[in-house]
Design a protein around this ligand. Structure first.
Ligand SMILES: C[S@@+](CC[C@H](N)C(=O)[O-])C[C@H]1O[C@@H](n2cnc3c(N)ncnc32)[C@H](O)[C@@H]1O
Length: 275
């Protein structure tokens, strides 16, 4: 039976995702779900939910009566780790490599508490063919979370998903030894914020990851870079990790691929497809 809306969207404390109350890829709970997974889960089980639609409608009616054009909308992003637009991008990029049978594992660098990793795993479990999912992170306390690895395990358990292959430690210790030979999808998100004063180190780290991942990407594989900022397109979005664009400018200077900006709501993102 479908859980009541308040059970699905109730306010909860982050970073641990509450149990969904239905199988991860079967929102009807009927057990009859087949075919490509609906991607509605990108709006659920994350760090926000639409808890006050009534009050918003009331406020919007008032704004209308006052002749003010602005309207309140349901939260599309909270400013915490990922926006719903980024998750929509990630879901479709994962789905694409699975649908086209691109060879290799799916990997995430900077998995933190695993919210995006659960999204990748849900894609693989619904639409994949048993591909491995690998996550890499130093898993030190960050963003107010004392034990991100424990939170990641809890998030996967709460969604009824199998754990990915976990590589704990700085990427300079785990790469390249712990990388799969072939990669179909890679997500790089190893920023800590810090704006300009961390940009040089961040750029070095992203180049280091790209240097080992790029040769392992199969033809048609996708790599997405969170925080990629393209000044031709991005204007008002959060721009806390300029090291990503510095790394892309340097790394792709002698490569045939180009990183394209993706609309990411309040955050930014880019991707390239391996030629
Ligand atoms: C912005 S968070 C990632 C958020 C995550 N992708 C999500 O959607 O929830 C950045 C993560 O990168 C990790 N990180 C940063 N530099 C790293 C490095 N050199 N080696 C391993 N992990 C690193 C941090 O520990 C942190 O958990």
């Amino acid at each position: 039976m479908l859980p009541k809306p308040e059970e699905r969207t109730g306010r909860h404390s982050f970073p641990v995702i509450p149990p969904l109350g239905y199988p991860a890829n079967d929102p009807s709970g009927s057990g009859r779900f087949t075919g490509p997974a609906p991607n509605m889960f990108i709006t659920r089980g994350f760090d926000w939910s639409d808890t006050a639609p009534g009050r918003r409608r009331w406020a919007n009616a008032l704004l209308g009566r006052l002749g003010i054009a602005a309207r309140l909308t349901a939260p599309g992003s909270t400013g915490y780790q990922t926006s719903v637009e980024q998750r929509a991008n990630i879901y479709h990029l994962v789905s694409q490599v699975l649908a086209y049978g691109v060879e290799g594992a799916l990997v995430e660098f900077g998995s933190f508490t695993g919210t995006v990793s659960t999204l990748i795993e849900r894609g693989v479990s619904a639409e994949g063919a048993g591909q491995e999912v690998h996550v890499y992170d130093s898993f030190g306390p960050a963003f107010g979370v004392p034990d991100p690895l424990e939170a990641l395990k809890q998030n996967f358990a709460n969604l009824g998903l199998s754990l990915p292959i976990i590589h704990a430690g700085p990427v300079r210790e785990t790469l390249p030894a712990q990388l799969p030979d072939k990669i179909a999808f890679a997500l790089i998100d190893i920023g800590f914020g810090g704006y300009e004063h961390r940009a040089a180190q961040h750029c070095e780290d992203v180049c280091f990851v790209l240097g080992h991942v790029y040769p392992r990407l199969s033809r048609g594989a996708i790599c997405t870079l969170i925080d990629f900022w393209d000044p031709r397109w991005h204007t008002n979005e959060v721009h806390e990790n300029p090291g990503v664009t510095l790394a892309c400018d340097r790394f792709f200077a002698d490569k045939p691929e180009r990183v394209a900006a993706l609309y990411g709501g309040s955050y930014t993102q880019g991707y390239f497809r391996k030629l």
